[in-house]
Design a protein around this ligand. Structure first.
Ligand code: ZN
Length: 342
């Protein structure tokens, strides 16, 4: 009951990259970098274990960017041909690499890091991959012509990767699809089909993380334009509920998402965001419990999984650790409260 997990990313320790910076460059190279990344994973596995997080991740310590980390070794992408693109419907403009030929995965992308992480945790392990729609919103297309076609091509190689990671002992494969919150019509039209293709044949749990983004300025400003009630999920949830994906992550802590939208996901496990990744102080376990309480008014208790709203990569390390502890302790309070025989 109330199995806890996190959206995925955790801060890079100072020996790995500049702290409190999203997408900061590595400080080291070659074998020294690999050692430093592994050390960071050990720290975060221990922190998660001590905080009572049931489904751990490696905190994405082996990648700079949550999408490009997967794309780097993929063939068909020209990294010298950077195209300025307004991503997430022009929320930010970024220079992105360009697809110039059919994409192909010549070798495993994340196999080595998963092997390492798996050996060092006895608990359940989750691994996050970017979703096909979000990849297509983070890369320019000079080959496929239609976003839906490019997304399906990425879905196929994501599926190869996901199957390999499952075989290495990953318990949950999560696809990050923040684009699902921006292009709601495309979700029904082709987004969900490409996501299901990426997850095809997996026997481990599958999850989708749809979010309103990291706690960075661009997102905070964008959120101000969304009005009092955030109802973006209203369009995508029925489509997701009809899919084969097992778990859905959603932003609930300090958000304007009406909790009643959980009712649109009656057949899914719900990763309820009880930790705000934009606030500069840690929640208390009681605050975490309050969000869980609210979720339980709209969903069966056994489907509620306390989680973070989004990744914690840009936070100070000590704050992220404190938030992990609040998450674990808040869930423990909930187990005590709801586990009692009425
Ligand atoms: Zn997120």
């Amino acid at each position: 009951m109330f199995e806890t997990t996190i959206a995925g990313s955790l801060p890079k320790p100072a020996w790995l990259a500049d702290p409190e910076k999203l997408w900061a460059k590595w400080r080291l190279k070659g074998d020294a970098l690999l050692d430093a990344q592994r050390d960071a994973v050990l720290v975060w596995l221990k922190e998660q274990e001590d905080a009572g997080i049931d489904i751990a991740t490696n905190g994405e310590q082996f990648r700079v960017h949550f999408v490009h980390g997967f794309l780097e070794p993929i063939e068909g992408i020209d990294w010298n041909l950077m195209t300025p693109m307004g991503i997430r419907a022009d929320r930010y403009t970024v220079d992105v690499p360009t697809v110039t030929a059919a994409v192909r995965r010549p070798a495993s992308v994340h196999g080595e890091e998963v092997r390492y992480t798996r050996v060092h945790t006895r608990g359940k392990l989750k691994f996050t991959l970017p979703g096909p729609m979000t990849i297509c919103d983070t890369i320019a297309d000079a080959h496929y012509g239609r976003r839906a076609d490019m997304a399906m091509a990425f879905a196929e190689i994501l599926n190869e990767e996901a199957r390999e990671l499952e075989a290495l002992g990953v318990d949950v494969i999560q696809f990050d699809e923040p684009a699902f919150n921006v292009f709601m019509e495309d979700v029904a039209e082709w987004g969900m089909a490409t996501l299901e293709r990426a997850a095809e044949g997996l026997k481990c749990k599958t999850a989708v993380h749809i979010c309103y983004g990291y706690g960075i300025d661009e997102n905070i400003q964008w959120k101000k334009t969304l009005g009092e009630e955030w109802r973006q999920y209203e369009q995508s949830f029925p489509v997701i509920n009809g899919s084969r994906i097992d778990q859905v992550s959603l932003e609930c802590a300090n958000s304007h998402v009406p909790m009643s939208l959980l009712r649109l996901l009656p057949d899914k496990e719900l990763m309820v965001g009880v930790i705000d990744v934009a606030s500069r102080e840690s929640e208390s376990p009681e605050q975490v419990l309050a969000v869980i309480d609210e979720a339980c008014e709209h969903a069966d208790v056994e489907r509620v999984m306390p989680c973070t709203n989004c990744g914690m990569a840009p936070l100070p390390r000590s704050l992220a650790a404190a938030k992990l502890t609040a998450l674990g302790h808040g869930a423990a309070l909930a187990r005590e409260k709801y586990g009692k025989v009425p």
